[in-house]
Ligand binder design. Structure first.
Ligand SMILES: Cc1cc2nc3c(=O)[nH]c(=O)nc-3n(C[C@H](O)[C@H](O)[C@H](O)COP(=O)(O)O)c2cc1C
Length: 199
């Protein structure tokens, strides 16, 4: 296989507390593969996980919101790699229950959470998406189940703790991943054409 035929590699880096963001990252990875991209899925919550953005033609990061913040491991990894992240197509997906609320207040909160990540890390993704997450009652310990049921009641969500509820708009997520795949592919083609021309 020549260099120009080798698959374009994309990093999907994520952190997940109860597993829903991992599902989101896997779905994104599946869409990117459908678009003939090579995908490396990395859990930034794993000990020692520190993928190196220059190894990839594009980077998509997914993190969930807990107690008003995205995961610390994502913030610190993105902060450490802000410069190289800015040199390739990059995107951020923020998963929260706030994103399930169809109100201006909720939209302004999810926007603020994404802006805060950019402020904290110095990395401004080319594209970002607020994605509604899940109530994973079956994964929670008792105090978390009680707390989340209370929050769900306040927001008109499901209070039936015998089952999980997923609020994610999968088609919107897949469209976002498709747009990102198109952007990575276009930029990679343009870069390869420049390299060919300069030989
Ligand atoms: C303990 C706890 C705290 C949470 N705090 C927030 C929050 O502050 N704002 C919000 O919008 N969603 C909050 N959520 C909802 C999560 O973002 C949502 O459930 C998401 O799907 C979790 O994904 P994960 O399991 O991959 O981490 C919270 C969930 C839990 C369990």
């Amino acid at each position: 296989m020549t260099a120009s035929m080798s698959p374009t590699r994309v990093l999907v880096a994520y952190a997940s507390k109860h597993g829903h963001t991992r599902l989101v990252a896997e779905r994104i990875g599946a869409v990117l593969r459908e678009h003939r991209l090579g995908v490396e899925l990395r859990d930034l919550g794993e000990r020692g996980a520190d993928p190196w953005p220059p190894d990839f033609a594009g980077v998509l990061v997914a993190a969930s919101v807990h107690a008003g913040h995205h995961q610390k491991c994502v913030v610190s990894w993105a902060h450490g790699h802000a410069t190289t992240l800015g040199l390739r197509p990059s995107a951020f997906v923020s998963i929260s229950l706030t994103a399930a609320d169809d109100t201006d207040e909720a939209r302004s909160t999810t926007r603020r959470l994404i802006d805060e990540l950019a402020d904290e890390t110095g990395w401004t993704p080319d594209a970002s998406l607020a994605v509604a997450g899940a109530l994973q009652y079956r994964e929670y310990d008792l105090p978390t189940r009680v707390l989340m049921r209370l929050i769900a009641r306040q927001h008109g969500g499901s209070t039936d703790t015998s089952d999980d509820v997923v609020y994610t708009d999968w088609p919107a997520l897949e469209q976002f991943a498709t747009d990102f795949a198109d952007e990575v592919t276009a930029q990679t083609r343009a870069r390869r054409a420049r390299e060919e021309a300069s030989r």
